[in-house]
Design a protein around this ligand. Structure first.
Ligand SMILES: [Zn+2]
Length: 59
């Protein structure tokens, strides 16, 4: 079983496992953008774009 949400970039469907946790990173299968899970409510999930991922590396 999976939760489904819509990609804010391309409108594609992103499926997220129902045991996902807040803060986990999921990727859009269509455009590859990374999202962070920000909220989970009774089977509906909210994502925010994880723009910061990778920027803390190698400084
Ligand atoms: Zn997408």
């Amino acid at each position: 079983m999976a939760l489904k949400t819509t990609c804010q970039e391309c409108g594609g469907v992103i499926e997220v496992p129902d045991d996902v946790i807040i803060g986990e990173i999921v990727s859009c299968p269509d455009c590859g953008i990374d999202y962070e899970v920000s909220q989970i409510n009774n089977g509906s999930i909210q994502l925010k774009i994880a723009e910061d991922i990778g920027e803390d590396w190698g400084e």
